[in-house]
Design a protein. Structure first.
Length: 271
C-alpha cells in the first residue's frame, strides 16, 4: 500500500471503521514510513482536540443583573403609560416590541451585546470583579474535568478521546484527572486513545509524578506508535530517568526494528 492510499484510510482508522485486514495494512505501512507515521500522530492530536471546548455560559450573577435591568426598563415604560399620550404611544410600542419585527430583533440583540460588554467590564474591574472572574474560571475548569472524567469512562473510543481533549483544555488539572489520563495511557485497549493521552500528559509534564508515570508506562507499552510517542516525549524533555527504561526496551526481542532504532537514537540524545 502506497502513502496516498494509506493516508486516505487515516480517518476510518481513527474512528475504527476499518476491517482488521485494512487496519493491519495501515499499521504495516506507518511502521515503515516515517512521514506517514508523523502525519498519523499529528492527525490523532487534532482528532483529540476538535470540538471539545465547552461553551462557557454566563454566571448567575450576570443573569440576575440582566433581568434586573429588564425590570427597570419595563417599569420605566409603565410609568410613562400613566398619561393619555403615553397610553397611545405604549400601544404602538407594544406592537413594535415583538421578535416578529426585524428592527426589534436587531435592537434587542444590540442591547444584549451592550449588557454583556458592560458585565464583562464590571467583572474585570477592581478586586471584586477579579475575584468573580477567578471564581468563574475555576468553575469552568472544574466542569471540564468532570466532563473529561465522565467521557473517559465511556465504551466508545471516540468519546474517550474527546474526554482526553477536555482534560487537555484544563489549565491546572487535579490529581484525579492526571490519574485518569495515566490510566488511559497504561490500560486503554485502543491505541489511538493512548496516543491522545501521551499528548495530553505532555502539556502537564511539569506536574508532580507525570514524568515518572511516563517512564513507567514505556515499559508496558506494546503498540509501536505509542512506544515511539513516549520515546519522543522523554527525549524532548531530556528525562534522565528514562535511560534505564530505554535500555530495557531495546533489549526486548519483540521490539520492531523501527522502534528499536528510535529508542537507540533517543538514548544517545539523553545521555
Amino acid at each position: 500500500m502506497n502513502c496516498e492510499k494509506t493516508q486516505e484510510k487515516f480517518a476510518d482508522y481513527l474512528t475504527e471503521d476499518l476491517d482488521e485486514g485494512s487496519r493491519d495494512e495501515v499499521r504495516e505501512h506507518i511502521l515503515s514510513c516515517a512521514a506517514c507515521r508523523e502525519d498519523l500522530e499529528n492527525l490523532t492530536v487534532v482528532w483529540a482536540k476538535l470540538g471539545v471546548l465547552p461553551e462557557e455560559q454566563p454566571g448567575g450573577g450576570l443573569r440576575h443583573r440582566f433581568y434586573a435591568m429588564l425590570e427597570e426598563y419595563k417599569d420605566g415604560l409603565e410609568a410613562k403609560g400613566k398619561t393619555a399620550r403615553a397610553t397611545g404611544l405604549l400601544a404602538g410600542w407594544r406592537e413594535w416590541f415583538t421578535f416578529r419585527r426585524p428592527a426589534f430583533a436587531a435592537s434587542f440583540s444590540a442591547f444584549l451585546l451592550f449588557v454583556g460588554l458592560g458585565a464583562g467590564w464590571l467583572l474585570n474591574s477592581g478586586r471584586a470583579g477579579g475575584e468573580r472572574l477567578t471564581t468563574l474560571s475555576r468553575e469552568v475548569q472544574d466542569m471540564r474535568q468532570q466532563v473529561a472524567l465522565s467521557l473517559l469512562g465511556k465504551s466508545s473510543a471516540t468519546e474517550r478521546i474527546q474526554g482526553i481533549g477536555f482534560s487537555a483544555a484544563v489549565e491546572n488539572p487535579n490529581d484525579t484527572t492526571l490519574a485518569a489520563l495515566t490510566d488511559a495511557l497504561d490500560n486503554d485497549p485502543n491505541p489511538n486513545v493512548r496516543l491522545a493521552a501521551v499528548d495530553a500528559l505532555y502539556l502537564f509534564r511539569n506536574k508532580p509524578g507525570v514524568r515518572e508515570s511516563l517512564v513507567r508506562s514505556l515499559a508496558i507499552q506494546n503498540y509501536p506508535l505509542v512506544q515511539v510517542a513516549l520515546i519522543d516525549f522523554l527525549v524532548e524533555i531530556r528525562e534522565a530517568r528514562a535511560v534505564a527504561a530505554l535500555k530495557l526496551l531495546i533489549e526486548k526481542n519483540e521490539l520492531t526494528p523501527e522502534v528499536k532504532k528510535r529508542a537507540e537514537q533517543g538514548l544517545k540524545q539523553i545521555v
